[in-house]
Each structure stands twice: as C-alpha cells, then as structure tokens.
Design a protein around this ligand. Sequence first.
Ligand code: GAR
Length: 218
Amino acid sequence: MGRLRLGVLVSGRGSNLQALIDACADPAYPAEIALVVSNVAGAFAVERAQRAGIATAVLPHRDYPDRAAFDAAVHERLTGAGVGLVCLAGFMRLLTPGFVDAWHDRMVNIHPSLLPLFKGLHPQQQALDAGVRISGCTVHFVRNEMDAGPILVQAVVPVLPDDSAEVLADRILGAEHAAYPLAVRLIADGRVRVADERAIISGGDWRAAPMMVPGCGP
Ligand code: GAR
C-alpha cells in the first residue's frame, strides 16, 4: 500500500511542519508530504518545505473575496495533489464549515494545551494564569467548533514556577514535535477509528504510568 499523502497547512515558522518532514524522511514512515499550503507569503514554513523539495502553494487569503472562496482554492489544491490527510500546523485561520465537513475525519490539528482546557489564543498564558502544574499539547481531528474534536494524542510537560509564557511554549513545542508525527503514524497505519466522537486506537500497548508534578520524595 502507498504512503498516506499529507497536505500541511501553515502560516508561520513551521517547526511542526519540520517535525513531519523529518519523520517522512524515514522510508519506513507510513506517510509523505504531498503539498504544503501557506496563507502567508514569506512564511518560514514555506522555505522549510522548499528546502526539503516539497511542492508548495502560497495562497494569500486577502487575494480572495471571502473565506469560502479562499477555502475552495485550498481544497482544490489539496485534492489536485491527491491529499488523503490534511494537517494544520500553526495554520492561523478559521476554516469554513464546508471545508471542515469535506475533510471530516481526514483533517487534524495540533494545539498547545491539554484540550479541552485552554482553547483559542494564548493557551500557554491561560495555563499560567490557571496555575496548573502540567500542560502539553493535543492532536485532534478537526470539527467546526474551534480546538475541539476527537483526541488522538496528548503529550504532557510540567509547568514550572518561574515559567514565562514563552518558556512554557518552547517546552510544549518540544512535546508537539513528538506528538504530531505519532498521531499521523497512527492514522496512516489504519489504527484509528472514530466512534461517538471519540478516537479509538487499536493495537496499543497501553500501560498506566502515574505522573505527578511536582514529584514528592519519600
Ligand atoms: C504551535 O505551538 C501550534 O501548536 C500552535 O501554533 C504553533 C505553531 O508553531 N497552534 C495553535 O495555537 C492553533 N490553535 P510552528 O509554526 O512552529 O509549528
């Protein structure tokens, strides 16, 4: 069977795109990047894709009369490239319900919090403001509600007393770079199905490992 063809949507620096590029460089990885689409001209993510020899499309959203027209152009590029899974990787634009429905269970997003906590903007600052001891990232299927949808993978990091939002964001980003390729691998291996709006992953070797932050010695 061929590798799953990814279409990665980006707007910015593209470190998650890079994590996917690096994962796909392994011939044993079950996915490949068919196309990178950016709505921002000059985004560093586009340079990363070009450097890796990946096809890119830059579609500045202001060139389109409305969201539906922009989304239709993106959809056409993705289908034209034979994309089977859309990966939002720092794509900072809301998608129309028509687009989201067209890619139902075939579009994933990564968000830098443990959803359903801290949706929307500045999730790292939201975590600091809430005083939580752990945070992390979530890879989930995309639904019309922002930062919601069946959860595939979550990765956890500690929140340390002196963290600024930037320091916490960097720590979470490290977790994102492991979580995103893992989530894509699970889908590409055919191990994921959605039932009652929850993602069921087959064949997992799950072991419960308690994690506590701060850890308390004896
Ligand atoms: C990542 O932290 C990603 O989780 C976040 O934007 C950053 C993009 O970084 N996405 C969202 O907040 C979406 N709600 P990157 O361009 O280096 O991958």
